[in-house]
Design a protein around this ligand. Structure first.
Ligand code: URA
Length: 410
C-alpha cells in the first residue's frame, strides 16, 4: 500500500483499482491511513470524479467497513426508501408502516437533519421515550415481530462513512457526486435490501437545485445500488415548497399521525403512495386501503410501542411540546400563492431551533411551522398563510420576517 501514489494518480485524473479502493477504505477505517491523506484523496476525487466502477467499489468498501445485516433465509423481501432531503419531508414515517402492512420487511436506518433539511431520527425523538438506538440483535428481533424498525446508525454500521463524512464536512469536499453516492448507498446497502427506491429532490429546498443535477445524482445512486445487487429505482421530485403543511419535528410527527389516520394532505399522501408503488410494483390502491382501514396507523402504533415510545402522546404531541409563542401570518392581499420558498422556510425553521447550526446543538421539538398553504391556492387578504411556532418573541419576529419574504402572492 502506497497511499501517496494513489493520491497522485487520482490527482492526475487516473483511475483507482477496486482492490486499491478496498484496501484504502479498510486501512482508513482501522486508523492506519491518517486523516490528512484521506482528506487529500477526497479533494482529488472532488476535482477528478470517479468512474462508475470506482464509485461502486468505494460504495462496497464503505458498506463492508462495518456490520452488514444478514437476514435469515426464507424471510420476506427487504425494502427501503432514501430521500436526498427536503423541507417538511416526513414520508418515511408513513411509508415504512405502509410497506410493512404488505408483509415486506423495512429495516430503516435513518439520519439526523443535515443543513436546512430535517432528519427522520430527530422527528422520531419528539415522541416521548422513542428509542432510536437499537442494537443489531434488537433490530432483528423487532423486524421478525412487526416487520419494521426505524433506527439510527450504530457505531459498527458503516464506520468508514462516519469518519469520511466528518472529514469532508471540514475540507470542502461534501459536494462530490462520487463521495455523496458512496456515502448514501453504503448505508442502504448495509441493510442488505432486495429493493430500494430513491426520492431525489431538486429545487430551492434541496441539495440539488436543478432537475439536471438531480438526474445525474439519481443515475449514479441507482448504478451503485444495481451494481451491488439491490434493485434500485429513483423518482425525481420537486422541493420548491415544503412537503405537506408542517415543518418542525413534533409538528411533522403530528401531521404524519393524521396522514396514517387517512387525514393527510394530498401532496404528502400521493408522494408516499408513489414511492410505495415504485419499490414494490404493487397497485397504489392497495396502499391507499391500508390508510383507509387503519392498518397503517396500527402498524405505526406497534412500531412506537416496540421502540419504547409513548403511543398515548401521539395524538396530542402539541401538548407534549407546546411552543410558547404561536402566531398566524395573514395574507397581505388577495391573489394566488405563487411561491412558498422551501429554502427560506427551512432556514427559518433551523433558526427557530428545529435543526442544528453546529453538531452539538440540541433540537427544539416544539418549534416550526404549521398550516402551510400550497402554491396555486387562491387567498383573500387576512386569511392565514401559516402559523409560526416559536420559543420566544425574538424567534417569532425572525420567522415572521423570513416568511414575509418567502411567500409571494400575485
Ligand atoms: N447524505 C449522506 O448520508 N451523505 C452525503 O454525502 C450526503 C448526504
Amino acid at each position: 500500500m502506497h497511499v501517496p501514489h494513489w493520491i497522485e494518480r487520482k490527482r492526475e485524473g487516473g483511475e483507482l483499482k477496486p482492490e486499491e479502493i478496498r484496501v484504502l477504505i479498510g486501512q482508513f477505517t482501522a486508523g492506519h491511513v491518517p486523516d490528512y491523506q484521506m482528506a487529500a484523496m477526497a479533494m482529488a476525487i472532488f476535482f477528478r470524479g470517479m468512474t462508475e466502477t470506482e464509485t461502486a467499489a468505494l460504495t462496497a468498501a464503505m458498506r463492508d467497513s462495518g456490520r452488514v445485516f444478514k437476514w435469515p433465509a426464507g424471510t420476506p423481501p427487504k425494502v427501503d426508501k432514501h430521500s436526498t432531503g427536503g423541507i417538511g419531508d416526513k414520508v418515511s414515517l408513513v411509508l415504512a408502516p405502509l410497506l410493512a402492512c404488505e408483509n415486506f420487511w423495512v429495516p430503516m436506518v435513518s439520519g439526523r437533519g443535515l443543513g436546512i433539511t430535517g432528519g427522520t431520527l430527530d422527528k422520531l425523538e419528539s415522541i416521548p421515550g422513542f428509542n432510536v438506538h437499537l442494537s443489531g440483535e434488537a433490530a432483528l428481533r423487532q423486524i421478525e415481530k412487526i416487520g419494521l424498525f426505524m433506527a439510527g446508525q450504530t457505531a459498527d454500521f458503516c464506520p468508514a462513512d462516519k469518519k469520511l463524512y466528518a472529514l469532508r464536512d471540514v475540507t470542502g469536499t461534501v459536494p462530490s457526486q462520487a463521495l455523496i453516492i458512496a456515502s448514501i448507498m453504503s448505508k442502504k446497502l448495509a441493510e442488505s435490501l432486495d429493493r430500494l427506491v430513491l426520492d431525489v429532490k431538486f429545487g430551492s429546498g434541496a441539495f440539488m437545485k436543478t432537475r439536471e443535477e438531480a438526474e445525474a445524482l439519481a443515475a449514479g445512486l441507482s448504478a451503485a445500488g444495481n451494481g451491488n445487487g439491490v434493485r434500485t429505482t429513483a423518482l425525481l421530485t420537486p422541493m420548491d415548497e415544503p412537503l405537506g403543511q408542517t415543518v418542525g419535528n413534533a409538528l411533522e410527527v403530528a401531521e404524519s399521525v393524521e396522514t396514517l389516520q387517512n387525514r393527510g394532505p394530498a401532496d404528502l399522501v400521493e408522494l408516499t403512495l408513489e414511492l410505495c408503488v415504485a419499490v414494490t410494483d404493487l397497485p397504489r390502491e392497495i396502499f391507499r386501503r391500508h390508510l383507509e382501514s387503519g392498518a397503517a396507523w396500527d402498524k405505526f402504533l406497534k412500531l412506537v410501542e416496540e421502540q419504547q415510545g409513548d403511543a398515548r402522546a401521539l395524538e396530542n404531541l402539541a401538548a407534549f411540546h407546546p411552543a410558547p409563542e404561536v402566531a398566524t401570518i395573514p395574507a397581505p392581499n388577495d391573489g394566488v400563492i405563487r411561491r412558498i420558498d422551501a429554502k427560506a422556510i427551512g432556514l427559518a425553521s433551523v433558526l427557530l431551533g428545529a435543526g442544528r447550526m453546529v453538531a452539538a446543538d440540541t433540537i427544539d421539538f416544539a418549534v416550526g411551522f404549521s398550516g402551510i398553504r400550497k402554491t396555486g391556492e387562491p387567498v383573500t387578504k387576512g386569511e392565514p398563510l401559516l402559523a409560526i411556532h416559536a420559543r420566544d418573541t425574538a424567534g417569532l419576529a425572525m420567522a415572521r420576517q423570513a416568511v414575509e419574504r418567502a411567500i409571494v402572492i400575485e
